[in-house]
Write a protein that binds this ligand. Structure first.
Ligand code: NI
Length: 138
């Protein structure tokens, strides 16, 4: 089990009451848990700036499946990254939204720089209507 260390934090009353209100709205049971998550998030965001850091990401995109060239490119891209040592496509989810549009979520794991590169490539493909990269450094 991880060893815990207690720390004391001084905050002015107003800041603390705003913090308490925020974390209660978010559903936190304790200040400690909320502060731990803030610290983790900050450290993870800092690691994102290191191109060699390892990360996991979800590339979310909406596209018209009638653009068959895009569908083919997406499949080829995912297969070509199955065995790479710096980045892997772990999984993908496809949802048929309506008669035209599909949503796809492609899950990537690997070097942050590679993830950014592949995601930019995917999101700039012709036919992608909307897209977004969500990435966290591990
Ligand atoms: Ni579809």
């Amino acid at each position: 089990m991880t060893q815990l260390e207690r720390i004391g934090v001084s905050l002015d009353k107003d800041l603390l009451s705003r913090f308490d209100k925020l974390i209660s709205e978010q559903g936190y049971q304790s200040r400690s848990e909320a502060i731990r998550d803030l610290v983790r998030r900050q450290l993870s965001e800092q690691r994102l700036e290191d191109p060699k850091a390892k990360g996991v990401a979800a590339v979310f995109l909406v596209y018209d499946h009638h653009s068959t060239k895009l569908t083919k490119s997406l499949i080829e891209l995912q297969h070509s990254h199955m065995t790479s040592s710096t980045i892997q496509v772990i999984s993908s989810l496809h949802v048929h939204l309506d008669e035209h549009d599909c949503m796809e979520i492609i899950v990537l794991r690997g070097r942050v720089s590679e993830i950014n590169h592949v995601a930019e490539h995917i999101l700039s493909m012709k036919g992608v209507k909307l897209g977004r990269l969500n990435i966290v450094a591990m």
